[in-house]
Design a protein around this ligand. Structure first.
Ligand code: 16G
Ligand code: MG
Length: 578
């Protein structure tokens, strides 16, 4: 190295170290100010003694009356997350399908994904820190992750329609203000709309315009284009009834409607004008009760759609000509979507692998149909959207749905690129180009950030219309096996542990062996148990070739759980045979 170069190198090193010192002093000074403010701010959001909050499968969820301190702290954490990611993040205030008095909060990462799993622990720690310990709890997170506190932060905020939403939003905003964070409060949105907006923003508009109106426009444009060549239909009727769970999905469907012109006649019921949120209506009610919400007037064959309270979950149902209720759940939706996308991919001539991700709750018939008839690979993930989402990333086109109606489709960057190029490649024959063009429109119609009831509903309508199918035709793809879901109270639900995407219990000792023996007694029997992530219970699922046997198997497995995993209260009683 020449003398001159050496001189410059010395100057450079000393400048760098001076800059590091200045930065450390600045960061430390700024940090202690902020931490002191955070502790001061907690006085207005005191944490009650004796409650332990947990960032569960879908964020914090509890009685809204005790959540104020949690929201304040999540404001603090959201700002830190934004600084750590050097991007805008989001916070959604909702308790989804829970009753109206509950509420909750979950954080959304920059591309609209769920909060990174490693941060769930930080969220739980901060939510449980005593008021006076908030500063040190924040400090631990900052140190562990080497977060530069002097960086700016920006957070998008939205809530569902719960009356507790506005004061809880205020608590969250207080946390953000203490951190000096900028924010945008979007007011009432569906959960997937907020996920969508944060992705639009961070992708600098590449994913769409960062406005609610932009969301409707993007979906509606794709939907209308996909219908342009729709000839006369014999079976498909462009008429649906939507059960909005008396929640945000109803309000937002009304806002979408004018964008759809007259392509679809939508009647919204349970729109919040009289009934209570999620009370005797919504996707959870319909799926669990296996019946339409009371008061809905339904003609045989009429397609009905149920959203949950924050519209990230959807199921379809109809009454057949004999008035018998039929549910078209997440499994039926994923089969429909995977079948159609698979056809488009092969018609386009593109080499893309399509896979479906389910959970252990998926009906056995759906898995068999996908694997044996459709020849589509199926992966099983643990319960909870984040687990399915993660697995779906392994495919070029990953379709994921929980049976309860949470789900969407993910296209890898490479798949997206190939599809776009093919749609504009004049050297391809028109059939291939047309298929690729339809795939680009399907990508626009699908909210890839997270399951979205409104988007999924439009995707299903598009496919049914293209296929000229009535609800019955869709339902006939395969016949669901009868199943039963039960819950058992135990002293400590963590006594039950599982592996193999929850299909096998590893604790307590002897439980899985007992389940195996019971399952072996019955035709097409299948059963598994898992601790709930949202309730203090162990869930038992059983499936068999008749309802009576599924009920019996679920009962027998419940007794084993009760006996081996420390059941509390009365031992489960056999199902009545009347
Ligand atoms: C949460 C999950 C849902 C899952 C359910 C299971 C999200 C957004 N929501 O609602 O996917 O099906 O929990 O509840 O991930 P459980 O653990 O009580 O059975
Ligand atoms: Mg929900």
């Amino acid at each position: 190295m020449s003398k001159v170069m050496r001189y410059f190198r010395v100057v450079q090193v000393s400048l760098c170290s001076t800059w590091r010192q200045v930065r450390t002093v600045y960061r430390t000074g700024k940090m202690s100010d902020i931490l002191a403010e955070a502790v001061k701010g907690a006085a207005a959001h005191p944490r009650p003694e004796g409650i332990n909050f947990t960032y569960g499968t879908a964020g914090f969820r509890d009685k809204s009356t005790i959540l104020d301190p949690v929201l304040y702290r999540m404001g603090l954490l959201a700002a830190l997350r934004s600084k750590a990611k050097k991007a805008t993040v989001a916070a959604m205030i909702t308790a989804s399908h829970n009753p109206e008095p509950d509420n909750g909060v979950k954080l959304v990462d920059p591309m609209g994904e769920m909060l990174e799993a490693a941060w769930e622990k930080h969220a739980t720690d901060l939510a449980n820190a005593k008021d006076e310990d908030i500063g040190s709890a924040l400090q631990r997170i900052i140190d562990a992750l080497d977060i530069d506190i002097s960086l700016p932060s920006d957070v998008f905020v939205a809530r569902d329609t719960r009356p507790s939403g506005p004061p809880l939003t205020q608590a969250l905003l207080d946390g953000l203000k203490v951190m000096g964070s900028t924010f945008t409060d979007f007011g009432i949105l569906t959960t997937p709309q907020l996920h969508y907006l944060v992705r639009c923003h961070n992708s600098r508009g590449a994913y769409g315009e960062t406005t609610e109106e932009g969301y409707y426009k993007k979906l509606a444009q794709a939907f209308l284009k996909l219908r342009e060549d729709a000839g006369t239909k014999k079976k498909y009727q462009p008429v649906v009834i939507i059960d909005g769970a008396n929640g945000v999905g109803a309000l937002k469907t009304r806002k979408l409607q004018p964008h759809l012109n007259d392509s679809l006649k939508i009647t919204v019921c349970n729109d919040g004008s009289s009934g209570k949120l999620n009370e005797k209506c919504g996707a959870d009610f319909v799926k669990v009760q296996q019946k339409p919400p009371p008061g809905m007037e339904i003609q045989p064959g009429q397609r009905c759609v149920s959203f949950d309270g924050d519209a990230d979950r959807v199921v379809f149902f109809y009454l057949n000509k004999d008035g018998v209720f039929n549910l078209l759940d997440g499994d039926k939706i994923s089969t429909l979507i995977a079948g159609y996308l698979g056809e488009l991919v092969s018609a386009s001539g593109l080499q893309l692998n399509i896979g479906v991700v389910q959970t252990a709750y998926a009906n056995g018939s759906s898995t068999r149909y996908l694997e044996d008839v459709m020849k589509v690979p199926v992966s099983c993930a643990k319960t909870g959207v984040k687990h399915l989402h993660h697995k779906a990333l392994e495919f070029d086109v990953g379709v994921y749905f929980e049976a309860n109606g949470h789900g969407t489709v993910l296209f890898s960057d490479q798949a997206e690129q190939k599809i776009k190029v093919a749609s504009q490649d004049d050297s391809l024959d028109s059939g291939k180009r047309e298929a690729a063009t339809r795939l680009t429109l399907m990508m626009d119609l699908i909210n890839q950030t997270v399951g979205d009831a409104i988007s999924d509903f439009l995707v299903v309508e598009t496919i049914l219309s293209t296929r000229d199918w009535a609800a019955d035709d869709w339902n006939m793809q395969y016949k669901d096996l009868p199943s039963r879901l039960l819950k058992i109270k135990v002293k400590d639900r963590t006594a039950v542990q599982t592996t193999d995407a929850e299909r096998c219990a590893t604790a307590p000792a002897g439980l899985q062996e007992a389940i195996n023996k019971l399952v072996a007694k019955y035709q097409q029997g299948r059963s598994f148990v898992r601790p709930s992530g949202t309730e203090d219970v162990v869930r038992v699922f059983a499936e068999a070739d008749t309802q009576a046997i599924a009920d019996m198997l679920a009962h027998e497995v419940s007794v084993q759980v009760y006996q081996l995993a420390g059941g509390v209260g009365e031992q489960p009683q056999p199902p009545s045979t009347s």
